[in-house]
Write a protein that binds this ligand. Structure first.
Ligand code: ADP
Ligand SMILES: Cc1cn([C@H]2C[C@H](O)[C@@H](COP(=O)(O)O)O2)c(=O)[nH]c1=O
Length: 217
């Protein structure tokens, strides 16, 4: 039985690396895959990892129909054993339904990778649908860490180091180096406690300059 699997984790938790590794392992055993991504940081029609590896991919625009795309390829004589779908949070709910149909009706394994929630802590459309209908939802084992050392569970958007909670849902970007002098729009992974308090690494550093007074709130 083919499966629809959702690998999820915060930004910078190794999802794209795992997607590339999974594709490599399947290809090494003679299986044929089809790779999709959406709004990758390295540009359109690419699946890239921060470890430096990347591969061409089919760009998933809002009007891409996975079912039609895969059936078209098969009808043209291509072989497809599995799909790798990165940045799946950006897919529409209907596209995730199409992926489920591909798994169920065409016996093609579908491996999706993506973040669960946006910078406002709300589920992305694609992730919501995947949580609802995937056969398995797996959390990545390599945990990204908050600046305090706790497991990072939230993706914060920052402007000049300050966390923001309003704006467009999709803004392609990267996790910032907190030591960069004047970062513009970027992302930082935080634990829930520090996301609630809007305490980014930059703010924590600024706060450390004033003496600690009990209670530490
Ligand atoms: N220089 C490095 N050395 C070792 N590991 C690194 C290095 N740079 C990045 N990584 C690893 O790569 C992970 C990010 O991989 P990536 O696949 O791009 O993440 P995601 O797709 O989840 O955003 C980091 O969490 C870290 O484990
Ligand atoms: C939280 C959040 C993220 N994004 C963007 C930023 C990146 O381009 C991708 C996540 O990629 P990664 O491989 O998991 O690091 O998503 C966004 O557009 N909106 C958000 O709220």
């Amino acid at each position: 039985m083919a499966e629809l699997v959702f690998y999820s984790g915060t930004m910078d938790s190794g999802k794209s690396t795992l997607a590339l590794q999974l594709d490599h392992n399947h290809r090494a055993r003679g299986r044929v895959g089809r790779i999709y991504s959406s709004h990758d940081r390295a540009g359109a029609a690419t699946l890239s990892s921060r470890l430096g590896l990347s591969t061409p991919a089919i760009e998933v625009a809002e009007d891409l129909d996975f079912w039609a795309d895969v059936v078209g390829e098969l009808t043209g004589g291509a072989r497809i054993d599995y799909l790798v779908c990165d940045e799946a949070q950006f897919y529409t709910s209907a596209q995730v339904d199409q992926l489920a149909k591909v798994a169920d009706e065409l016996a093609i394994d579908v491996f999706c990778f993506g973040i669960l929630t946006d910078f406002r802590t709300q589920l992305f459309s694609g992730s919501r649908r995947l949580v609802e209908i995937a056969d398995r939802v797996l959390t990545l084992q390599v945990e990204a860490l908050c600046w305090c050392g706790a497991r990072a569970t939230h993706n914060a958007r920052t402007e000049d180091g300050e966390m923001v909670t309003e704006g467009e849902v999709i803004v392609v970007g990267d996790v910032e180096d907190p030591d960069r002098p004047t970062p513009q729009v970027g992302y930082e992974v935080l634990c829930r406690r520090h996301h609630r308090k809007r305490m980014t690494a930059a703010r924590a550093k600024a706060g450390a300059l004033s003496p600690d007074v009990l209670p530490f709130d």
